[in-house]
Design a protein around this ligand. Structure first.
Ligand SMILES: [Zn+2]
Length: 425
C-alpha cells in the first residue's frame, strides 16, 4: 500500500501543538504519521491552507434544512411561539420533501468539511441519507411523549424499526448499524418527554436531549407554570404528572457512571449541577445569539472540566450548517478565548461526545485519515489559530478515510447562501 505525505502552511493535529509546514502521511484510509517540517519529504504541498481534522457537528436536525429563514428566532420569552412555527412548518412537508431537505442539509455539511455528524431525526428519517454518503454519523431517534404510555409507545416504535436492543421481539432490522453510522436515541426535551421514562432511557446508552434551553422550560420544571403550559394544552398533550423534577433534581438523579449523554443548549443550566465525565454540553453559538439569550455559561463549565463542544442546530434557527463558522463566531465575540480550545470544540470534543474519538477527531497515527484543508488568509499571526478562525472564504477540500471528496451529490441544494462555499464551477 502506497503512502502519501501532505504538507500545508499549518498542520493542526489538535492532540498536539500546531506544526508550521508540518506533514501528514496517509496510508490507505489511515493516518500513518504527523510530523514536524523536515522529517519527511512531502509528496503534495497543499499550499496556504490549514490541515485540520474533519469537523464534527454533534447537533443538527437535517430534516429542517428546508426551513432556512422561514421561522425567525424569537426573544427568549417567546420561545414557545418559535416552537409553534417549527411544528406548523413540519406539517407542511411531505415525506419526499423531508428526504430532499435532509439530503440538501447533508450536502451542505459535507461541503463545509464535516466528517462526523450527530443528527436528531423524528422516526430516524435521516438514516438512509447518512448511511449512503461518505461521512460518519450518529442518528439520534427522537422520542416524544409526556405520558409514560405515549413515551413507551414512541420508544417501542423506534426499537421495532431500528431493531435496537431494548425491543425483545424486534423483527429483522430495518436499519442495521454500519461501520460508519450508529443509532442512539433522543428523549426530545424535558418539556416533551415523560421524565422518569426519559431518565431511564438516558441510562441505557448514548443519547442526546435538549436541555435548559429557555426560561419557560426552567419555569415549567420548577413550578409547572408558564408559557409551556398553554403550549402543551393547545397541542392537547398537557400532562402535569410528566414533570417530576426541577433542573437540579433532574441531574441529581443521574449516577456518575451514566453513559454518554449530550445535553444540548444548556443556555440556562445552573453552574453547579453535577455532570459526569461522560456528559457533554453542546453549545450552539449562532442559534443562541439569534434567540438573544444571556451570555452562555460554556466558559464556566469548561473551567469546571466539563466537556463542551459546538453545534450548529438546524437551519430553522441558523444561517448555515458550517461548524467552523460557529467557532469563528465565538472568536469574533470573544477574541481572548483560546483558539486551540475552540478548534478542539469543533473536532476532538465532538468526536469524544459522539463516541468516535478512537477513530477520528484529531490527526494522530492510526486514526482514520479524515482531514480538511481550510484556506488561510495571506497575513501572519503570532498564534496560527487566529488565521484559521479569521473569517476567510475559499473552497475547503475534505479527505474522508484517505480519499478526497471534492464532490458529493448535489441534488436539492440551494446555492448562493450567505457564507456558502460552493466548489462547483
Ligand atoms: Zn436541536
Amino acid at each position: 500500500m502506497i503512502s502519501t505525505t501532505f504538507t500545508a502552511r499549518w498542520v493542526f493535529p489538535v492532540s498536539g501543538p500546531p506544526l508550521a509546514n508540518g506533514t501528514v502521511t496517509v496510508r490507505g484510509d489511515r493516518i500513518e504519521a504527523v510530523e514536524p517540517r523536515g522529517t519527511r519529504t512531502p509528496d503534495d504541498d497543499l499550499g496556504n491552507v490549514a490541515l485540520v481534522p474533519g469537523f464534527v457537528n454533534p447537533h443538527t436536525h437535517l430534516d429542517l434544512s428546508g426551513a432556512r429563514g422561514l421561522i425567525p428566532p424569537t426573544d427568549p420569552d417567546h420561545f414557545t411561539d418559535w416552537l409553534r412555527g417549527v411544528i406548523a412548518y413540519r406539517r407542511t412537508r411531505t415525506a419526499e420533501q423531508t428526504q430532499a431537505d435532509i439530503r440538501a442539509g447533508l450536502d451542505e455539511c459535507l461541503r463545509f468539511g464535516t466528517t462526523l455528524i450527530g443528527d436528531i431525526a423524528a422516526e430516524g428519517a435521516s438514516w438512509d441519507a447518512l448511511a449512503a454518503l461518505p461521512v460518519r454519523a450518529v442518528v439520534f431517534w427522537e422520542v416524544i411523549g409526556l405520558t409514560e404510555a405515549r413515551y413507551q409507545s414512541a420508544l417501542d416504535d423506534c426499537g421495532l424499526k431500528a431493531g435496537l436492543s431494548w425491543a425483545d421481539d424486534a423483527p429483522p432490522t430495518v436499519f442495521r448499524p454500519t461501520p460508519l453510522c450508529r443509532w442512539a436515541t433522543s428523549p426530545h426535551a424535558p418539556y416533551s418527554a415523560h421524565h422518569n421514562s426519559a431518565c431511564g432511557q438516558l441510562f441505557m446508552g448514548n443519547a442526546a436531549i435538549h436541555f435548559a434551553e429557555s426560561p419557560a422550560e426552567i419555569e415549567l420544571l420548577t413550578s409547572k407554570t408558564g408559557p409551556f403550559v398553554d403550549f402543551l394544552k393547545q397541542l392537547g398533550v398537557w400532562e402535569p404528572t410528566a414533570f417530576t423534577a426541577g433542573v437540579r433534581d433532574f441531574f441529581a438523579t443521574w449516577p456518575k457512571c451514566a453513559p454518554p449523554v449530550l445535553y444540548v443548549h444548556c443556555n440556562y443550566l445552573p453552574l453547579d449541577v453535577p455532570l459526569a465525565p461522560a456528559h457533554t454540553i453542546v453549545y450552539c453559538p449562532r442559534t443562541h445569539a439569534a434567540f438573544q439569550h444571556p451570555p452562555h455559561p460554556f466558559r464556566e463549565f469548561l473551567a469546571r472540566g466539563v466537556r463542551v463542544c459546538l453545534g450548529t442546530d438546524s437551519l430553522a434557527s441558523n444561517p448555515d450548517l458550517d461548524i467552523l463558522a460557529e467557532a469563528r463566531f465565538v472568536r469574533s465575540r470573544d477574541p481572548d478565548f483560546p483558539g486551540d480550545q475552540l478548534l478542539r470544540m469543533v473536532t476532538l470534543s465532538g468526536a469524544e461526545a459522539l463516541g468516535w474519538a478512537t477513530d477520528c477527531g484529531s490527526l494522530e497515527p492510526g486514526k482514520s485519515a479524515d482531514l480538511v484543508a481550510v484556506p488561510l488568509p495571506d497575513s501572519d499571526a503570532t498564534d496560527p489559530h487566529e488565521l484559521l478562525l479569521a473569517d476567510h472564504a475559499g473552497e475547503r477540500r475534505t479527505m474522508f478515510r484517505g480519499a478526497w471528496h471534492d464532490r458529493v451529490p448535489r441534488e436539492g441544494v440551494e446555492p448562493s447562501q450567505p457564507g456558502f462555499v460552493d466548489p462547483a464551477p
